[in-house]
Design a protein around this ligand. Structure first.
Ligand code: SF4
Ligand code: SF4
Length: 408
C-alpha cells in the first residue's frame, strides 16, 4: 500500500480521473491557442513585480518557467529562473529544458478579483431634460475568460463565493455574468508550500469538481483530465494520448510527497468542533495579545480568496449633475465596517481581529457547514506583522483562559 492508498485526500473522487490523458510539454501551447481560437481571453500565472500573479496570457512562454516560491509569515520570495545560455539561438533550444511552469504553491493574488471586482459601478442617477431623475444600471461587458492554473484551494474558494453571490433568490448579476463565461483549468498540487494547509480545512491536493480541465505537471508533460463538456471538447482537439500507468503513478507519488510536506510543515489546525468554541471565548487573553501585533491594515482580508465583505459609496461629479453608486471591497478591519445605528460596533483592533477569525472558523460553520478558509496561506505571507492564523487558533482553542490562568 503506498501513501496515496492510505490517504483519502489523494484519491480521485472524480471518476473522470480514470480517463486521464497525457499532453507532452511541447504540446502545451495547443491548449492556449485552442482556447484563444474559441474566443477566450486567457488569464494565468505570470511573474510581475517579484511575485506570481494572475495576468493576461498570450503565450506559454509567459508562464513562470523554472520559478518557485518561498512563503513564510510576513514574507514571499521567488527563486530566479536559470538564465538562458548566452548567444544560443532560442529556436534551437529544447522547449523549457528541465523546467516546470507550475513549481510554486499559490500565486500571491487570488482569483477573487476576476469575479468579484474590487471596485465597480452599480448604477448612476442623473436628471433628464425635464429634471426628472433617471437611474441607469451599470453591468460588466460579458467576456469569455479562460483561467489557467487554478489551485484546488482556489477552486474551493470559487465554490464558496458561488454560494455567497449566486445561491438564493437574489443572485448577484455582476458576479453571475462573469462566472457564466468562465472556463477553468485547474492545477493539481505536486508540492506544498511552507504555508499551505488545505488538507486541514477539508480540502484536497487534487481538483475534485468545478473545473473544465485539470492538469498535473510531470517532468516532461502533463496529465490532463476533463471535468465538463466544454473541457472534453477542448481536450479532444489537443495532441494528447491516454496516460500510461507509470505516468499516473508518478503523479500520485508527487502528490503523496506534497501531502507529506504539508503534514510535516504546518502546526495542526484545530478541529471544526474545537474552532466552534471560539464563539465562547470573547475575553480570551489571546485576542488582546494578537491585537498588540495586528496593524488593522486589512491585507489579510484583501488577499483572502473567500472574504466577500464590501461597502457601497456614492460619488457625485463636480457639477453635481450625476451621482454614481459603486461597490468596493471592504474589510472587517476597516473602521467603518461595523458602523451601525450611529456608532462603530467594533471599535478596537481586538474586536475586529476576533470578528475575522471567529467568522472564518466558527460562525461560517454555522452559516455554511464548513470553514470559511481553504488553507491557501495568503493571509499569513502577506501579513506585515507575520501573524500566523493557525498559531493564533491553536493558542485560542488549546489554551483556554482558565488553563492560562493556572499556568501563570
Ligand atoms: S483565511 Fe487565510 S489561509 Fe484561509 S483562505 Fe483566507 S487567506 Fe487563505
Ligand atoms: S492580521 Fe496582519 S494582515 Fe491582517 S489586518 Fe492584522 S496586520 Fe494586517
Amino acid at each position: 500500500m503506498n501513501r496515496a492508498d492510505e490517504n483519502p485526500t489523494l484519491q480521485p473522487r472524480n471518476p473522470m480521473m480514470k480517463q486521464e490523458q497525457y499532453l507532452a510539454r511541447k504540446h502545451l501551447k495547443e491548449l492556449l491557442t485552442t482556447l484563444i481560437e474559441d474566443g477566450y481571453q486567457c488569464i494565468g500565472p505570470r511573474v510581475r513585480d517579484g511575485a506570481i500573479v494572475y495576468a493576461p496570457l498570450t503565450s506559454i512562454d509567459q508562464l513562470p518557467w523554472g520559478v518557485s516560491d518561498r512563503q513564510q509569515p510576513g514574507g514571499y520570495k521567488l527563486s530566479a529562473p536559470p538564465a538562458s545560455p548566452a548567444g544560443l539561438n532560442a529556436a534551437l533550444q529544447p522547449v523549457h529544458p528541465g523546467q516546470r511552469a507550475f513549481d510554486w504553491s499559490v500565486p500571491a493574488t487570488s482569483i477573487k478579483a476576476l469575479l468579484f471586482a474590487p471596485s465597480e459601478p452599480l448604477w448612476c442617477a442623473r436628471p433628464d431634460a425635464s429634471g426628472q431623475l433617471v437611474f441607469r444600471q451599470s453591468l460588466p461587458e460579458p467576456e469569455r475568460v479562460a483561467l489557467f492554473g487554478v489551485r484546488p484551494c482556489d477552486l474551493r474558494a470559487i465554490a464558496i463565493q458561488d454560494r455567497v453571490f449566486l445561491a438564493g433568490p437574489y443572485a448577484d448579476i455582476r458576479y453571475q455574468l462573469r462566472r457564466s463565461e468562465l472556463f477553468i483549468i485547474a492545477l493539481n498540487c505536486t508540492h506544498s508550500g511552507d504555508l499551505c494547509f488545505c488538507v486541514g480545512t477539508g480540502g484536497s491536493l487534487n481538483a475534485e469538481r468545478g473545473y473544465d480541465l485539470a492538469l498535473t505537471e510531470l517532468d516532461k508533460g502533463y496529465l490532463v483530465r476533463s471535468g465538463s463538456k466544454a473541457g472534453r471538447s477542448v481536450l479532444t482537439r489537443l495532441n494528447a494520448r491516454p496516460a500510461s500507468s507509470s505516468q499516473r503513478k508518478l503523479a500520485q507519488a508527487q502528490q503523496a510527497e506534497a501531502y507529506r510536506q504539508q503534514q510535516h510543515r504546518q502546526p495542526k489546525l484545530p478541529s471544526p468542533a474545537e474552532c466552534l468554541s471560539l464563539l465562547n471565548l470573547p475575553t480570551h487573553p489571546e485576542w488582546a495579545a494578537v491585537a498588540e501585533r495586528c496593524l488593522a491594515c486589512a491585507n489579510c482580508t484583501q488577499a483572502c480568496p473567500t472574504c466577500f465583505c464590501h461597502t457601497v459609496v456614492n460619488q457625485s461629479n463636480l457639477e453635481l449633475s450625476q451621482s454614481e453608486h459603486s461597490r468596493q471591497w471592504d474589510s472587517c478591519f476597516s473602521d467603518q465596517h461595523s458602523y451601525c445605528a450611529g456608532q462603530v460596533v467594533r471599535a478596537t483592533t481586538e474586536q475586529r481581529y476576533r470578528q475575522w477569525l471567529s467568522h472564518k472558523f466558527a460562525s461560517w460553520q454555522q452559516q455554511f457547514g464548513e470553514f470559511g478558509c481553504v488553507g491557501c496561506g495568503r493571509c499569513i505571507s502577506c501579513c506585515p506583522a507575520g501573524i500566523d492564523i493557525i498559531e493564533v487558533l491553536n493558542r485560542l482553542c488549546h489554551n483556554k483562559p482558565e488553563l492560562a490562568k493556572e499556568a501563570t
